[in-house]
Design a binder for this molecule. Structure first.
Ligand SMILES: Nc1nc2c(c(=O)[nH]1)N[C@H]1C(S)=C(S)[C@@H](COP(=O)(O)O)O[C@H]1N2
Ligand SMILES: [Mo]
Length: 447
């Protein structure tokens, strides 16, 4: 097994990245202190620094609300200080991150999406997870071409201009790497949801339907039951796509979240195959060939296959089955106090819509049905929320999703009973987070 994704062994990360480190916490405290100091120096209130820092509850006369800070009295920043806006400097800890030691070179690697810090269902483009086999490129769109050949009446080479004149669609879909949660097959290995589930993102993609291009070229969709999709990067990423997907909802996309694709995500052109594992979403898409049988490329012969306990492996298991995860509270976070919390998370299914999500706070003994927030879209992330009153005693939080085919997300021991413990891809097991009496949340497995 040569894929770097096969090397995701049980590694424990010591630093809970994606959370405020002690150093950053101290920095934040200092910033707050000096902010309070400045406010006082400006004569904003005759309140001692000590009582100001104690932050009494509103109603107890919180002095901070009575002081006018500089941003209430001074002149703000001018327009277009940056032609393309950036997140607040206070949010700079929210980053895509690599799992230290996971891969040997950063060009054939993955950066994980900080799911614990995101709201709703759309992933900000700058935080979309990345998976490259040979590094990313910022390709000149005027030089980029897409060729369509094979079992077609008229082979064609399209420029970006040609493609962008065609009728387009915009659809919201998740993309999940088949290796998401791969480190968790043997045991609970990584500390936070960023690393357990961060190889998923969800965006609005815009492009021309692949079926439109096939029609233009007069593809033989009866004999031509398969397509080859090929990328322009050095990895020669090639995957077989069933014609059924091509005629259904696959898109040749240039847009992501209202703008052109980001270079890391395949600019200027990528394939979108809703519900199918990320590897088939070929980036820097340069060629589509129609053929009468699967192409058996390197990326489907030895990679993205399911090693079974008897040593045989399953191939072409490319649909991402129904799965969910609680993103808050989640591993490496700390609950500050007893009392009310909104448990929130994400659910999805490569086969359609999420029908229901149940949440347990006692390790799977009792379940309550969570609220699904709209829109609930097919093959897209769905946000769920549920109220929780934490009484301060240890708890195990879990979510279990059901999709509209009736499929129920399995427990890890149910998956292992069929697939063993040495699999890598397609782990859609229920995730467990343990809340300790201290409020610290950690990654555990429940059988
Ligand atoms: N050309 C090309 N396409 C590619 C890849 C690649 O390395 N090169 N990686 C694949 C894999 S394994 C995944 S999971 C997705 C990741 O897409 P993203 O980087 O936009 O998240 O792209 C797929 N398409
Ligand atoms: Mo992937």
């Amino acid at each position: 097994m040569s894929s770097h994704e096969t090397k995701m062994s049980g590694r424990i990360l010591k630093a809970p990245e994606g959370q405020l480190s002690p150093a950053l916490l101290e920095e934040a405290r200092k910033a707050r202190r000096s902010f309070m100091g400045k406010a006082l120096a400006m004569g904003a209130g005759a309140v001692g620094a000590k009582s100001a820092l104690a932050a009494p509850a509103v109603g107890d006369g919180d002095p901070a609300i009575l002081q006018l800070p500089p941003h209430s009295t001074g002149l703000g920043q001018p327009v277009a200080a940056t032609g393309y806006g950036n997140p607040s400097k206070w949010e700079k800890n929210i980053q895509r991150r690599q799992s230290p030691g996971l891969t040997q070179v950063p060009q054939a690697s993955v950066s994980f999406c900080p799911l614990q810090s995101l709201f709703g269902i759309i992933t900000p483009s700058g935080l979309h997870f990345e998976r490259h086999h040979q590094g990313w490129w910022d390709i000149d769109p005027s030089q980029h071409r897409l060729m369509l050949n094979g079992l077609v009446r008229e082979p064609r080479v399209f420029t970006m201009d040609d493609l962008m004149r065609l009728p387009s669609v915009s659809r919201i879909h998740f993309i999940e790497c088949g290796a998401n949660s791969a480190m968790e097959w043997g045991n609970s290995a990584v500390p936070s949801v960023q690393y357990t589930h961060g190889m998923i993102s969800c965006s609005e993609f815009t492009g021309v339907k692949l079926s439109t291009l096939l029609e233009i070229c007069g593809a033989d969709t009866k004999v031509g039951r398969y397509l080859l999709a090929e990328g322009a990067d050095g990895s020669s990423m090639t995957r077989t796509i069933p014609m059924a997907n091509a005629l259904d909802d696959a898109i040749v996309a240039w847009g992501m979240n209202g703008e052109m694709l980001r270079p890391e995500n395949g600019y200027p052109l990528r394939l979108v195959v809703p519900g199918v594992q990320g590897v088939s979403w070929v980036k820097y898409l340069r060629r589509i060939e129609v053929g009468d049988q699967p192409f058996f490329t390197k990326d489907e012969e030895i990679h993205y296959v399911d090693l079974m306990p008897n040593g045989m492996y399953r191939q072409f298991t490319s649909v991402q089955e129904c799965k969910s995860v609680i993103t808050t509270p989640s591993g490496s976070q700390t609950l500050l106090d007893k009392g009310f919390y909104n448990i929130t998370g994400l659910a999805w299914s490569g086969r359609g819509k999420v029908k229901r999500v149940d949440v347990s706070v006692d390790g799977g003994r009792n379940w309550r049905t969570a609220r699904l927030e709209g829109p609930i879209l097919s093959k897209a992330l769905t946000r769920f929320n549920i109220d929780w009153e934490w009484d301060g005693s240890p708890a195990i939080l879990q979510s279990r999703a059901v999709d509209d085919t009736g499929y129920v997300q399995p427990k890890i021991n149910q998956l292992r009973a069929v697939r063993g413990t040495r699999s890598i891809y397609h782990n859609n097991a229920i995730q467990s987070w343990r809340v300790a009496e201290t409020g610290d949340v950690s990654n555990v497995q429940m059988y």
